[in-house]
Design a protein around this ligand. Structure first.
Ligand code: HEC
Length: 379
């Protein structure tokens, strides 16, 4: 009996000691961490945020997304997130700290929550670069002297969101730019990555490469450069460009006519050609123009006929900077799904023994992703 009491007492003491040791070890380390974090942050916001040519290729396997600490720093907490910081008297003209670039980045298009820790890479017209990090309230800025126009890419944990056009100034929230309710909307990087789906089928003939069709040539251009703004229900433009029917709406395309609105909006020599900056490629412009004028805006090129039999077990790979990031194989119906693809520019390759390899560039967007239709030619 006595020994049982001793045993229980002993266990109790061990238990208390154990807890005490854990507490001792843990509490200070929690504080230490927290302090470190704060020190780092305030250091960052004190010193200039410019980091030249920082490798912004964030490790994709990193899944630590718990950094979105809601409580802002005292000073920054009220610091005008989402407002134009480059107004005179603030951070431009004779203002205190003069910013060449300043903006705010969010976690979604509504601009509700700040995206903390995003890297904003800015390249100015002289090739000078700066990589800025968004702070606790999503603000990023630099005092480094930089000359517009800027090419800007925002990255967060392997997701890259490139501004489709060059920025003519550094005030991201200037009126008419990314301010609330503006046409381009808030800048955001979402971590709700979308799936990329598609089908792989056999091309029913070995289609001549000179033929231009919507499915094999035009859709991939519009998907990469236009649909981020032009989608149904899109806030930026009420003209969706995601399907053949939408693109060839009689308002946009008159088969055979160079006077089609779609061509005029992309013609850099016309004042009407306001969409040229989004395309910014003469070869793609010529392709779209020839598709409409020479090939009468056909859906499938005539020599290719319509899509043939489904190809199962084809390998589908999405790679970035030469590294395969996502891969899968098609099922018995030729369909594939690449799950949760992070936003960014990829190279898509499809292989199947006995067929020519298909390669194309693919821009993964954050707000929509249309299904791909890929046709492979027999070798
Ligand atoms: C950054 C957002 C954005 C991107 C990217 C974009 N557009 Fe637009 N687009 C707009 C807005 C806003 C309008 C309406 C204002 C205007 O006509 O300039 C528009 C208008 C148009 C119109 C005229 C529609 C009409 O009813 O008058 C066409 C055609 C068009 N865009 C084609 C394209 C094509 C093709 C691309 C891809 C190369 C593209 N756009 C990329 C935002 C965009």
């Amino acid at each position: 009996m006595k020994s049982l009491v001793t045993k229980i007492l002993f266990k109790f003491i061990i238990g208390v000691l154990f807890i005490a040791i854990i507490m001792k070890g843990e509490i200070p380390s929690v504080f230490a961490k927290k302090n470190n974090h704060d020190v780092q942050l305030s250091k960052k916001s004190d010193s200039s945020k410019d980091v030249d040519d920082v490798d912004d290729d964030v490790d994709d396997d990193e899944d630590d997304e718990g950094e979105d600490d809601e409580e802002g720093e005292d000073e920054e907490g009220s610091h005008n997130a989402g407002r134009n910081c480059l107004t005179s008297g603030c951070h431009s003209g004779s203002g205190e700290e003069r910013f060449s670039i300043g903006g705010t980045i969010y976690t979604d298009a509504d601009g509700t929550d700040a995206r903390v820790g995003a890297k904003i890479k800015v390249i100015d017209t002289n090739g000078s670069t700066a990589t800025l990090t968004s702070n606790q309230i999503g603000n990023f800025y630099t005092e480094k002297s930089m000359t517009a126009p800027f090419t800007i890419t925002a990255s967060y944990q392997g997701r890259d969101v490139e501004m489709p056009t060059v920025a003519s100034g550094g005030g991201c929230n200037a009126d008419g730019c990314h301010a609330e309710g503006s046409s381009a909307g808030r800048i955001f990087i979402s971590t709700n990555d979308l799936d990329l789906t598609g089908t792989v089928t056999e091309s029913s003939s070995d289609g001549g490469p000179s033929e231009i069709s919507y499915n094999s040539d035009i859709k991939s251009i519009l998907d990469a450069k236009c649909i981020s703004c032009h989608q149904s229900g899109g806030a930026k433009s009420d003209v969706p460009l995601t399907t053949y029917a939408e693109v060839t709406d009689t308002k946009l395309v008159t088969p055979g006519s160079a006077d089609s609105l779609l061509i005029r909006k992309l013609n850099k020599d016309l004042s009407e050609g306001t969409m040229w900056v989004n395309l910014n490629s003469t070869s793609e412009y010529n392709k779209i123009k020839d598709w409409i004028v020479v090939y009468n805006a056909q859906e499938y090129s005539s020599s290719q006929g319509s899509a043939g039999a489904a190809i199962s077990d084809a390998k589908v790979k999405l790679s970035k900077n030469g590294r395969v990031k996502y891969k899968t194989t098609t099922d018995s119906t030729g369909a594939f799904v690449l799950e949760k693809v992070k936003a960014g520019k990829y190279t898509l390759k499809v292989f199947k023994k006995g067929y020519k390899r298909h390669t194309q560039s693919y821009q993964m967007n954050q707000s929509n992703s249309t299904s791909l239709e890929i046709m492979l030619n027999k070798k």
